[in-house]
Unconditional design. Sequence first.
Length: 247
Amino acid sequence: MKAALLCLILLAAQAAAPEVEITNEPHHHFTFENKSVRVFNVEIPSHSETLMHWHRHDYISVSLGSTEIANNVKDKPPLTVKLPDGDVRFVSATFAHFVRDLGPQPFRNVTIEILEDESLRNSTAKWDPNKNEDRGLTALPNGTQQILFVKDGIRVSEFELQSGGVVPMRHHAGPQLLVAINDVDLRRDPAGQGINVEGSHGHDKPLPAPAPDHLKSGDSKWLPANDAHSIKNTGPKLAKFVTLEFP
């Protein structure tokens, strides 16, 4: 009883504390920023909580591992949420909250702020529903792509590739952000990689294949616009990752 009462007192004190900006919240570790996104890797020890902090931009979160949290939004009742490994969700700004990890394991996620959210909400760029560009499951060579949702004009997909599985060559007009759910070895082959070049003795020889990227769980990689490439899982285990495709 005393422990439960102490927990309630601590939560009440936290709710009444001044809000901080997300950049000043010590459990949010900044990893990357450009004009489109700002990326944080979040880690909260078991039975600990963040400071009350602001989300001033729409964001997409990718959970790393299964856990249970209490989401305490300012001026609203707390909400208990169970998050499976690889859970991906879109959250609209603006609000302040703090999160408490209720599970036995650290809570980990990747939080991706959409810095151009105001303009993207009114974007005329659309994914064609008649071509199933905004939803659905696609079989790939030794893998799958599940389109999860389209928000702020951004198409979010989850990929699972068995060892040797391939996302076939595609042209991407807009940039992408790739987020690894588990540890992965992915080789990205640009269009034209197989073109031969003339060797020193006048004979053609193939260009060397690019080295794979080793991404740890929670690592992210920005891919430029107007790019065509395929992606292959060169590792021995299942590779799971999420992509955010910008218009």
